[in-house]
Ligand binder design. Structure first.
Ligand code: AMP
Ligand code: ZN
Ligand code: FE
Ligand code: FE
Length: 270
């Protein structure tokens, strides 16, 4: 497959460390022709992005990675090619903003209870527009509560650990409906990471448009199952690195990608 676009990455608008413009430059450096930035629950990377992309001869497909929940299991859904000014999409983004504010404070409360106080200002110190657990984990490292980010997640912040809080979750079904009502497509993110066969079984019955078959720096053997599944379901194949910059140093931009044919299919209006 000829690399055309890496369809999954995070900028400083969520928990990545590169600005949207720096990501455009990375795409050019990698010789890619298309781009989608998929920040967690946020589309602010797209402010002024189209002009900057056009100046670099890059084609843009709008993107986002929504946090959802299915029967208390966390599920990520990638949204693509939606209208940035569609009312249902704007409403969902603002609902997530509120959810994050509430649940981030709930996490800080749990940490304080475990004698690891972090102030809201320490949490937001990295200046990101969408604050998530990685920002809290970084503050924990900075204050010496844990040695590194992995330890913060493993001991406290990961799903099911004592300082995890999901907040007011949004269902997978509603997220799919909102993306499609906003002119977009809903795609199962990194099915490779789902370790609940029951959740997968349920997701396969839902009206997705696609599935992320090519993921991060995973070898071809690990993608095959999802490529076969996409064919069986008649779903679009997407792919991307899930690049986060220096916060996840083992992942490089462009580690996974799609070719032009797959990019064009995603770009079509349904
Ligand atoms: P949030 O959006 O606030 O729920 O945080 C989710 C993000 O935290 C993911 O996209 C990853 O970037 C990061 N993350 C989740 N689990 C881990 C982990 N075990 N180790 C390091 N980072 C993680
Ligand atoms: Zn992330
Ligand atoms: Fe994800
Ligand atoms: Fe991601």
């Amino acid at each position: 497959m000829n690399p055309f676009a890496d369809l999954h990455c995070h900028s400083t608008c969520s928990d990545g460390t590169c600005s949207p413009e720096e990501i455009l430059d990375l795409a050019v450096q990698k010789g890619l022709k298309g781009i989608s930035i998929t920040d967690h629950d946020s589309t602010s990377a797209y402010e002024g992005l189209f002009e900057k992309a056009a100046a670099r001869n890059l084609e843009v497909i709008t993107g986002v990675e929504f946090s959802c929940s299915h029967k208390n299991v966390s599920v990520h859904i990638l949204g693509y090619n939606f209208d940035l000014d569609a009312a249902p999409l704007i409403e969902l983004v603002s609902r997530h903003k509120k959810r994050r504010e509430e649940r981030n404070l709930a996490i800080l409360e749990k940490l304080a209870f475990k004698s690891m106080p972090i102030s809201p200002e320490e949490m937001t110190a990295q200046g990101s527009k969408t604050i998530g657990r990685p920002h809290i984990a970084l503050a924990m490292v900075k204050k010496g509560y844990v040695a590194n980010l992995q330890e913060a997640f493993k001991k406290y912040l990961a799903e099911g650990k004592p300082c995890y809080a999901p907040g007011k979750t949004v269902s997978v079904e509603e997220t799919i409906a909102i993306l499609q009502a906003s002119g977009g497509k809903a795609v199962i993110a990194h099915p490779h990471l789902l370790n609940s066969p029951k959740t997968l079984q349920d997701l396969l019955k839902m009206p997705f448009n696609g599935i992320e078959c090519y993921y991060a720096n995973f070898p071809a053997e690990r993608n095959k199952r999802w490529i076969d599944l996409a064919a069986r379901k008649g779903w679009l194949e997407t792919g991307g690195s899930d690049f986060h910059g220096s916060i996840k140093p083992t992942l490089y931009y462009g580690a996974s990608f799609v070719d032009e044919a797959r990019f064009r299919l995603l770009q079509q209006k349904s």
